[in-house]
Design a protein around this ligand. Structure first.
Ligand code: ATP
Length: 571
């Protein structure tokens, strides 16, 4: 089948980093140990078989001494065989687990590096989460399983081929022809369809699970809308697609079963038919024919590995395809950005043109502006005109377009996105996010909680170490205040706020902006509410179609009144 070399190449691409990377010494040493255990296990199984024969013969001969000697020997062999058997399976699973840990780590690094998780479009790679969490696990487990079956078969092949060759050359010729025909036929008839169907099955299952996850994540909104009927409809559509594919798989499996059964049953007849003439003419003893039949079955079993394991092999290959595609995407060099970036002291945008990803639509054209240290800029414009997109370009999330962005070093810039993202975890970890540790002590963190009026969250049992699903238990405004607290924890030189106070009341919003101004933080905001304008020295108005207008606000507007004021008009 044309897909075989490519499937093998794909397997090698996915598997080889473990065997050739920093883990290679361990990987090869452990594998060698595993093969030794397998050999010992096979050897002990043969000895057990011999001892069983000896016990039977001793009983048949009514020889008590011989019988008890055989029992003692059997117990000795068992004493070795049982732990070796258990150790072999333990080592195999531990090995698969180590491989999984290593490979998952590699993909996780690739997924989180250079914001690949953000750029991965779902039409390029569907369900990367399933690939990283599940497909890797299946891949490492199944790879070892098949590798060891293959080695076992090879041992059997070596052991019985010699026997068979000694008994009948013709039978060996038939055997090779029979096995090759079976393998070619099964690959040709069932290979591509089964691999394709298994590929789709994995995707459909992941889509269904993802949809269920969305219901759980958005339970409150769905409950408010009463959206159960729509959700059920969507879920049923995905379930139907999954089951339809399963149905096709079952049909393909039916054909494969017919073929496999016919192939293995016929193989019982082949040696007798081939050897009948030799036996009937007296050239071969009946016992030798029986022995040849046994050897034929053993060798055929070894070389029909593909036919016998076709179903699980096709599932395995489908999983390899998914991992291979993921690896290609994660390990490919990032696309060359159209927008150039460089580190500077202040924020400068030079001839900046921003386009939406994979589209010709220009959202901002040839924008030039500077925000000096301690300065402030408000971005306004109608919904959908490209305000957040401009921030995405400044942050380096979107790179399509042209021009140049120079900005203070990344660690001195802090973005507050439109939707505050809260993890479930301790209150402390929310406050210091995205850092994993902070130089601030608990007293300083509590003071910041005071400033955003969330001190009460740390007053329950557990204090700053209290863990909750914060997204569920905090109101929209509280979530925004907690996100604002992160800004105060990180005390950046440049803060970029995308409607980060939209859910706050005016008094809270004013206090937090004043706090930033008192710190001398350079500020860029997007906000719809008029009161925010007073905290900014420049206003950039996006007027649609890439056009823009930059203006200074009047000095009076820099001192915001306690009540909301009208928007400062651009000059
Ligand atoms: N990932 C994306 N790919 C393609 N187009 C996008 C993408 N994200 C946003 N857009 C489009 O870019 C345009 C600008 O979106 P943007 O989020 O910048 O608007 P905005 O001015 O911030 O709007 P709002 O005030 O409603 O938040 C919109 O028409 C939107 O549909």
């Amino acid at each position: 089948m044309a897909a075989t070399p490519s499937a093998l190449q794909r397997f090698i691409t996915v598997a080889q980093p473990y065997w050739r990377g920093d883990r290679r010494a361990w990987a090869w040493a452990f594998l060698a140990g595993l093969v030794l255990l397998m050999l010992a296990d096979t050897q002990l199984a043969v000895r057990l078989n011999t001892q069983t024969g000896e016990l039977t013969s001793a009983l048949a001969a009514r020889d008590a001494d011989r019988f008890w000697a055989a029992v003692r020997q059997m117990l000795q062999v068992l004493g070795l065989a049982v732990p070796v058997f258990a150790l072999y399976y333990y080592a195999r699973d531990a090995y698969a687990n180590d491989w999984r840990r290593w490979l998952t780590q590699r993909y996780l690094d690739g997924y989180l590096r250079e914001r690949r998780y953000f750029h991965l479009a779902s039409d390029v790679i569907d369900n990367p989460d399933q690939r990283i969490a599940e497909d890797v696990n299946t891949f490492t487990g199944r790879s070892l399983h098949f590798l060891l079956i293959l080695l076992g078969s090879l041992m059997q092949l070596v052991a019985f081929s010699a026997v068979l060759w000694g008994l009948s050359h013709t039978l060996v010729g038939f055997l090779v022809a029979y096995a090759v025909a079976g393998t070619v036929l099964s690959l040709g008839l069932f290979g591509r369809p089964l691999i394709r169907l298994n590929h789709w099955q994995l995707k459909r299952e992941a889509d269904l699970r993802f949809r269920l996850m969305r219901v759980r994540e958005n339970a409150e909104s769905i409950a408010f809308y009463g959206g159960e009927a729509q959700e059920r409809h969507q879920l049923q559509q995905r379930l139907r697609a999954t089951l339809l594919n399963t149905q096709r798989l079952i049909r393909a499996q039916f054909g494969l079963n017919l073929f496999q059964r016919g192939f293995s049953q016929l193989s019982l007849l082949v040696p007798s038919v081939v050897l009948a003439h030799d036996v009937l003419s007296g050239r071969l003893e009946v016992g030798q024919a029986v022995q040849a039949g046994g050897a034929f079955a053993a060798v055929l079993g070894a070389i029909s590995l593909i036919v016998d394991n076709f179903e699980s092999l096709s599932r395995f290959v489908a999983g390899i395809d998914r991992l291979h595609d993921l690896a290609q995407v994660l390990e490919s060099p990032p696309a060359t950005p159209g927008i150039a970036r460089e580190a500077g002291h202040d924020l400068h945008l030079q001839n900046l043109t921003v386009q939406a990803p994979d589209s010709d639509r220009v959202l901002v054209e040839k924008l030039n502006l500077s925000v000096p240290e301690g300065g402030s800029l408000l971005i306004t414009g109608a919904s959908g005109c490209g305000k957040s997109s401009l921030l995405r370009a400044i942050a380096g999330l979107w790179t399509q377009g042209s021009g140049q962005v120079s900005h203070p070093p990344r660690e001195q810039v802090f973005f507050l996105p439109q939707r505050p993202y809260l993890q479930s975890g301790s209150l402390r970890s929310q406050l210091i996010y995205p850092s994993t540790q902070t130089a601030l002590d608990d007293a300083a963190l509590l003071r910041i909680l005071d400033e955003v009026q969330l001190r009460h969250l740390a007053e329950a049992d557990g204090g700053l170490d209290r863990s909750r699903d914060w997204e569920k238990v905090l109101s929209g405004g509280e979530q925004q205040r907690l996100a604002f607290a992160r800004l105060l924890v990180h005390a950046p030189r440049l803060a970029i706020l995308d409607e980060a106070t939209s859910a706050l009341d005016d008094a809270n919003q004013q206090r937090l902006y004043e706090r930033l101004r008192a710190r001398g933080t350079t500020l860029i905001s997007i906000a719809h509410r008029a009161a925010v304008a007073g905290f900014h020295k420049q206003v950039l108005q996006l007027t649609g179609g890439g056009r823009w207008r930059l203006a200074r606000t009047t000095p009076a507007a820099h001192t915001p009144p306690p009540a909301p004021s009208p928007t400062a008009p651009p000059r």
